[in-house]
Design a protein around this ligand. Structure first.
Ligand SMILES: Nc1ncnc2c1ncn2[C@@H]1O[C@H](COP(=O)(O)OP(=O)(O)OP(=O)(O)O)[C@@H](O)[C@H]1O
Length: 293
């Protein structure tokens, strides 16, 4: 099972490329697609889902060109878009039956599958309640259930954790991780901690360019020996921001504990500390700061 993206680009206007020469090979497991707002994540996901066409490049699903032959990927695809809308008056079972009909899943098969999926996403007990009364996290879980109706080999979820409270976020990313198995799961987010725990590989996208693709450990390795903590007084912080890349500030005692990503020690008083994923992401984005369309 292999999804190969070769130099995929999307041009929206004469001088604006939302995606430029994006190349990646994907195998089963969770890919965390990390990038700020406007980085091009949704554009990429819509292209893979064959909803939007690419301007140039190719995507091969098990060797078959999906732009020439979109059905090859569509029948293997589950997609949860960012702006997933539900029918508030339907209950979970009615909604999933409706979605199964649209996807052409046979009625009898759909019944068993829906029952099974309601357990997987932990909504079985509330299956008869109107979806309009569900919390944000419950809605995202019904969204995942609809994306899984055809037991897809590729599951694409676009910023599913936006608006979820911390408990629901953890529950949702654990669910994605459980679902990966022999599937390719592509999970986009701008929240670093979302991908840290669940993704087998992380792709960092910025201004339409793929900046980095590796395992989480390899990404962390890029900032090994470059993360420092330094206690300063709060009046110094603003000035230090101009000079150093500060990944976090924490009030401590009368001062502020800065976390700085830098090749060199910012001060004799600074201490080298273990890097975190947030530091690595920041380092990656800023060291490619000159990337432009
Ligand atoms: N249909 C469109 N026409 C013109 N520009 C578009 C269109 N869709 C997206 N864009 C622009 O392309 C860029 C990438 O958008 P995209 O939605 O792919 O980013 P994203 O990483 O998913 O961001 P977000 O997290 O905000 O959804 C943005 O600057 C966006 O404004």
């Amino acid at each position: 099972m292999k999804l190969e993206l070769n130099c995929v680009s999307k041009q929206y206007s004469q001088d604006f490329w939302a995606l430029k020469d994006f190349s990646l090979q994907l195998k089963p497991g969770v890919l965390g697609l990390l990038g700020e707002n406007g980085a091009g994540k949704s554009t990429l996901m819509r292209i893979i889902s064959t909803i939007t066409s690419a301007t140039t490049g190719t995507i091969l699903w098990n060797g078959v060109d999906i732009f020439q032959n979109p059905d090859a990927i569509r029948e293997n695809l589950g997609y949860l878009p960012q702006d997933f809308g539900v029918y508030p008056h339907l209950n979970a079972v009615e909604f999933l039956e409706y979605m199964a009909a649209i996807k052409g899943v046979h009625r009898k098969e759909a019944k068993t599958r829906i029952e099974e999926l309601l357990h997987v996403v932990n909504l079985y007990d509330v299956r008869k309640r109107a979806i309009g009364g569900y919390s944000g996290g419950m809605r995202q879980r019904i969204g995942i259930a609809q994306a899984l109706l055809n037991d897809p080999k590729i599951l694409i979820v676009d910023e599913p954790t936006v608006g979820l409270d911390p408990v629901e976020r953890v529950r949702f990313r654990n669910l994605l991780s459980d679902l990966s198995g022999d599937r390719i799961v592509i999970f986009s987010t701008h929240i670093v901690s979302d991908v840290e725990a669940t993704a087998e590989s992380i792709a960092i996208l910025s201004k339409g360019h793929l900046l980095h693709h590796s395992s989480p450990d390899e990404l962390l390795e890029t900032v090994q020996g470059k993360v420092w903590e330094w206690n300063v007084s709060s009046s110094e912080v603003q000035e230090l921001r101009k000079k150093w890349m500060i990944s976090s500030t924490v009030r401590s005692g009368g001062g502020v504990l800065l976390r700085i990503v830098s090749d060199e020690s910012p001060s004799n008083d600074a201490q080298l500390v273990s890097p975190g994923m947030e530091d690595a992401y920041l380092h990656c984005i800023s060291s490619h700061g000159k990337v432009r369309q």
